[in-house]
Design a protein around this ligand. Sequence first.
Ligand SMILES: Nc1ncnc2c1ncn2[C@@H]1O[C@H](COP(=O)(O)OP(=O)(O)OP(=O)(O)O)[C@@H](O)[C@H]1O
Length: 277
Amino acid sequence: MSTGTRPVLDVTGLDVHYGGRRRRRRVLHGVSLSVAPGETVGLIGETGSGKSTLARTVLGLVRPTAGSVVLDGEDVTAYGARQWRELRRGGVVQYVFQDPLRSLDPDLTVEASLTEPLLVRGTSRAEAAARVRSFLPRVRLTEDLLGRLPGELSGGQRQRIAVARALVTDPRLVILDEPVSALDSANRVQVLEILKELRASGVALVFISHDLGSVAGIADRIAVLYRGELVEVGAARDVVGRPEHPYTRLLVGSAPTLRGAPADRAERAALRALLPA
Ligand SMILES: Nc1ncnc2c1ncn2[C@@H]1O[C@H](COP(=O)(O)OP(=O)(O)OP(=O)(O)O)[C@@H](O)[C@H]1O
């Protein structure tokens, strides 16, 4: 297979358990998901459905009990801590958290935060500084912010810096875990617009959200996670326009922006009754 068509992420039959032997609890079950180069996949599901666990497993922060994770053609399932460190340093996969303060070191200036991932990869200081400056307009930021600390920025600016930091190394895949949930509506729209534009650079995005409305306008495909299982995966317009699983129908019905009118109480109760316990 050529690298052009090879998935940038290929997760197969993933099971994840948390807890010790006595309190062992299955959080993901048989999850299989593939992301093509340049594709944007929205991963949606309610709180506790396992979205972050899936992201953390793909990033090597949680070890699966079964299944495999292949990143850009490399089976990383059995990677040890050192191999993961090297892989992360290589910048193939990057991530953005809901809270940008988790993605940014509070003691580093914006400039240091943005140049660091490039310097770690061996880019010269001058080249890194030039690359950072040329990247700023793509996230609607200006050079006067470079000397500030994360604590001296607005929430929206911080999240745009976190997005820039994830993308400045030209990764193949970026996982964004609820990247707009903590933002007000103006900043949310702006970050979504920026992400849409950045897709043109060919990076693959996995966009995690509990809100179908945020994901629907940006994702090529949508994957729906319900209680640790992927219950529906399809083209965004099909999942929104013709949802098949009762849980997806409930989600679409609860998002008035996606439907003429939200589902009424009786309809929601009928859909809930169809969901597996
Ligand atoms: N480190 C952990 N140890 C034990 N249980 C955990 C751990 N992390 C998460 N869980 C549990 O696993 C389940 C899935 O959590 P996860 O954070 O993956 O869900 P989520 O869909 O991302 O939820 P949210 O939208 O609230 O972030 C939850 O029941 C959670 O309490």
